[in-house]
Design a protein around this ligand. Structure first.
Ligand code: NDP
Length: 458
């Protein structure tokens, strides 16, 4: 069992990620686990006083109504260190401030993270040091592999937490119970019985002032390359023998190694779109290209849809379509398993039989099984009935789950180095075709469902 982290050091403490996602999740975690003791050090270039930093932490904690002894203790002891995190001597001094086993959370732009990693190789490091790295992890296969090599020179792989908060999403975690603790699903969870799998994460939000990052990433890299391929891996993985990090990450790795673009044809299997001016819930969104900071020449997509195959015995021949977009009229966050048609309908049973469909929603945490039944009314006539299951919300935010893994030294919810590289390998042909201009960038109006000409997702 790994030592629990006693000091969490956030590099880039003045940033958006820290205030909006990390600190609220930490506050919630400490509220749920009042016996956990963590000292928090904020580090960065700002000349902040301890009082100002405490105010930032307190304000972020308040968004999750954080309270209790662990929260009080952290608020009393937290400190801010003004430092240049890219300098070995500064990092050494920072690490010397830590009590017990420390974790360094890189809430930094990726280029700065690389510099800090280089600096860390020149510092004598405390035992058990854990590193938490944010997305994007590299920009392609080569850069992700190079970053892995650099990290391997600092700490062992099990101490590296590549954060993907989708793995902390409560519904993604519910997949383990649903798939592996019910006799009725797993025997059908294969190409013999499943016709297609779709994983959709459409949101109503537009750019939300994030051009600096998003305009260079786009929907494919921002969502599919990282989060949705991780969800695919959990959806398609073999049953692990245990819930240990080794077993879970091996099972995910096997799926991702078998995953590639459908038909090896990135042009035919992918679609990209960009929103134009439109209206969502009474709010007018400007065209993406008119958003502040956007360079229209980059041709960045705000909606991506790509079909993959998981080319192994269980899934050969089943298309897995992953889609994510901004400024879509209807929020849709779900995994859709479409089963094959019934083998034969009894003669005399009338009406259309549609495929049985399981919708597993990534918030609100619920599931709908769409079935053919023969009621109400004429019992010889088929109709459709839905079976609803409420998973109930998880007890913690997704970031709280991944932070708990980091603090406890359990990397099961973090992305292993080899799979981070695999995810770049999987999308590389699509990125190549898009950059070469081989797939046209379709317009869709903000508030619509996306380009009408694209293959529909059931
Ligand atoms: P910011 O652009 O807000 O930067 C974070 C902090 O990094 C800054 O506040 C600054 O901290 C430090 N920093 C910036 N430039 C430099 C530099 N040249 N040298 C040294 N330090 C620098 O980023 P975010 O907080 O938005 O994101 C941080 C990371 O998290 C990124 O990798 C991002 O991709 C990832 N991420 C962000 C999400 C979000 O919603 N914001 C969501 C998911 C991932 P200081 O002044 O304290 O030194």
């Amino acid at each position: 069992m790994a030592e629990a982290v006693q000091t969490l050091i956030i590099l880039g403490a003045s940033g958006d990620l820290t205030a909006r996602l990390l600190l609220p999740a930490l506050g919630q975690l400490l509220t749920h686990e009042p016996n956990r003791r963590v000292t928090l050090l904020g580090a960065g270039s700002q000349n902040w006083t301890a009082a100002h930093w405490r105010h930032i932490v307190r304000t972020s904690f308040a968004t999750e109504k954080a309270s209790g002894p662990a929260v009080d203790e952290l608020l009393a002891s937290t400190r801010y260190v003004t430092t240049d995190v890219t300098k070995p001597d500064d990092l050494k001094a920072l690490l010397e401030e830590a009590e017990g086993t420390p974790a360094l959370y890189f809430a930094l732009p990726p280029a700065v993270t690389k510099e800090v990693c280089a600096a860390l190789t020149k510092v004598e490091l405390p035992d058990g040091l854990r590193l938490a790295l944010e997305k994007p992890f590299g920009t392609d296969v080569r850069s992700a592999a190079a970053l892995n090599r650099r990290l391997a020179a600092i700490v062992p792989e099990d101490q590296v937490h590549r954060i993907d908060h989708f793995l902390g999403n409560s519904t993604v975690q519910n997949l383990f119970g649903l798939r592996f603790a019910n006799r009725i699903f797993e025997p059908l969870w294969n190409a013999q019985h499943v016709a297609r799998v779709d994983i959709v994460f459409d949101e109503q939000l537009g750019l939300e002032s994030r051009a600096g990052y998003y305009d260079h990433a786009g929907a494919l890299v921002d969502m599919i390359q990282s989060h949705l391929l991780q969800v695919l891996a959990v959806t398609a993985m073999e049953p692990p023998a245990t819930m240990s990090a080794a077993d879970l990450r091996d099972s995910k790795g096997l799926v991702l190694r078998a995953t590639k673009v459908w038909g090896d044809d990135a042009i035919a299997s992918s679609h990209r779109g960009r929103y134009t001016k439109g209206r969502i819930d009474g709010r007018v969104l400007p065209s993406y290209v008119d958003e502040e900071g956007v360079d229209p020449e980059l041709n960045t997509e705000t909606l991506a849809q790509v079909t993959f195959t998981v080319d192994n015995w269980r899934w050969a021949g089943v298309p897995f379509t992953l889609r994510s977009g901004k400024a879509i009229g209807k929020v849709r966050h779900e995994i859709v398993i479409t089963f094959r048609d019934a083998q034969r309908l009894p003669t005399g049973l009338r009406g259309a039989a549609h495929p049985t469909r399981l919708r597993i929603k990534l918030g609100p945490d619920e599931m709908v099984l769409e079935l053919n039944t023969n009621g109400p009314g004429n019992p010889r006539y088929l109709s459709r009935s839905d079976m609803h299951v409420d998973f109930g919300p998880g007890s913690m935010l997704a970031y709280g789950e991944v932070l708990a893994g980091l603090l406890d030294g359990d990397p099961s919810l973090s992305v292993r180095g080899d799979t981070a590289v695999e995810c770049w390998r999987i999308v590389a042909p699509v990125l190549g075709a898009w950059r070469a201009g081989d797939v046209q960038l379709d317009d869709y109006a903000a508030g619509s469902e996306g380009p009408a000409s694209w293959p529909a997702i059931p």
